[in-house]
Design a protein around this ligand. Structure first.
Ligand code: NAD
Ligand code: LMR
Length: 328
């Protein structure tokens, strides 16, 4: 017997990431090739955005995806999030060349108060929320704080693009297949302060840190390359990353929903105080996923270099949180 359809809300559905994301959700790459989906797409009420959304829906129709059993277009989060099981909050303004992330908080923060409230009012009580729109950690924090009737653990921020970027850099450095990398993580904020940490990583059971054995490369090449990759792509493309961001969103939701078989992945999740990160800070952590739940990997040793990096990214997140107090 075929599975009951699930409802997937996507905001910013007519944007760049939306265009790279929706077709993959509809083809079953996110929730499985046996899981029918209903897409509930949200765009701003602006005529041009709604018209563009109609065009995207025409293309979705034209794919005749067997798993796509419904498509809805919305301009109000209160209808877009009705009964939704999954919510991918992408819609918000991206950075342009030379723009700082902090500037985005001012323009994007308010979106997530309204959307958190709407999720609180109308979404499924088990909704899994992924915030992609930047600054992703703090926007996820705002949405979580605006949805007091939903479990805190349902709100997550996207650090998976950073995780994938780090894996790709390590594969290039070691000359090994990216698929063989295990136990990699990215701590903290989706910003240049993030700490991509390969101290525990292995390839085919061998330690990556031992294979590379070069702390100067780690500090002076690897960390800045991963941390500033978003800006490098904006500089090269004139637009922020889209296909790789959509790919990371698919990875994040698929792993959360379907499990990781013990493999570590990175998710931005509300802290419960582990590793000295204060409760509720939306922080990138190593997790494993099973039965639709993520579980933090606990008990890892934090050396002095790592502690310094973690403190720095935490301080940035706390100052972002301070900056949005008025919205909560
Ligand atoms: P885009 O400008 O191409 O598309 C954004 C879309 O969102 C637009 O169509 C816009 O009309 C819509 N939108 C704006 N406000 C909205 C609202 N309140 N409700 C619904 N829709 C709304 O941008 P993009 O390239 O798709 O990027 C979207 C966001 O994702 C940006 O904030 C970008 O910085 C962020 N991003 C995050 C990561 C990450 O790793 N977390 C990676 C890449 C991009
Ligand atoms: C990215 O990491 O590619 C995005 O968050 C875009 C940005 O502003 O860096």
């Amino acid at each position: 017997m075929s599975k009951k359809p699930v409802r997937v809300a996507v905001t910013g559905a007519a944007g760049q990431i939306g265009y790279a994301l929706l077709f993959r959700i509809a083809s079953g790459e996110m929730l499985g090739k046996d899981q029918p989906v209903i897409l509930q797409l949200l765009e701003i009420p602006d005529e041009k955005a709604q018209k563009a959304l109609k065009g995207v829906i025409m293309e979705l129709d034209d794919c005749a995806f067997p798993l796509l059993v419904g498509i809805e277009a919305h301009s109000d989060p209160m209808t877009a999030f009705k009964d939704t099981d999954y919510a991918l909050l992408v819609g918000s303004r991206p950075r342009g060349p030379g723009m700082e992330r902090a500037e985005l908080l001012a323009v994007n923060g308010a979106i997530f108060t309204a959307q958190g409230k709407a999720l609180n009012a109308v979404a499924s009580r088990n909704v899994k929320v992924l915030v992609v729109g930047n600054p992703a950690n703090t926007n996820a924090y705002i949405a979580m704080k605006s949805a007091p009737d939903l479990p805190r653990k349902n709100f997550t921020a996207m650090l998976r693009l950073d995780h994938n970027r780090a894996a790709s850099q390590l594969a290039a450095k070691t000359g090994k297949p990216v698929a063989d990398i295990e136990k990699l993580t990215v701590w903290g904020n989706h910003s240049p302060t993030m700490y991509a940490d390969y101290r525990f990583a292995t390839i085919g059971g061998e330690s990556v840190a031992k294979m590379i054995n070069d702390q100067v490369w780690n500090a002076d090449t690897f960390l800045p390359t991963v941390g500033k990759r978003g800006a490098a792509i904006i500089e090269a493309r004139g637009l922020s990353s889209a296909a790789s961001a959509a790919n990371a969103a698919i990875d994040h939701m698929r792993d959360w929903a379907l499990g990781t078989n013990g493999k570590w992945v990175t998710m931005g999740i509300p802290s419960d105080g582990q590793y000295g990160i204060p409760k509720d800070v939306m922080f990138g952590f190593p997790v494993t996923c099973e039965n639709g739940e993520y579980k933090l990997v606990e008990g890892l040793e934090i050396d002095a270099f790592s502690q310094e990096r973690i403190d720095k990214t935490l301080a940035e997140l706390q100052s972002e949180q301070d900056g949005v107090k008025h919205l909560l």
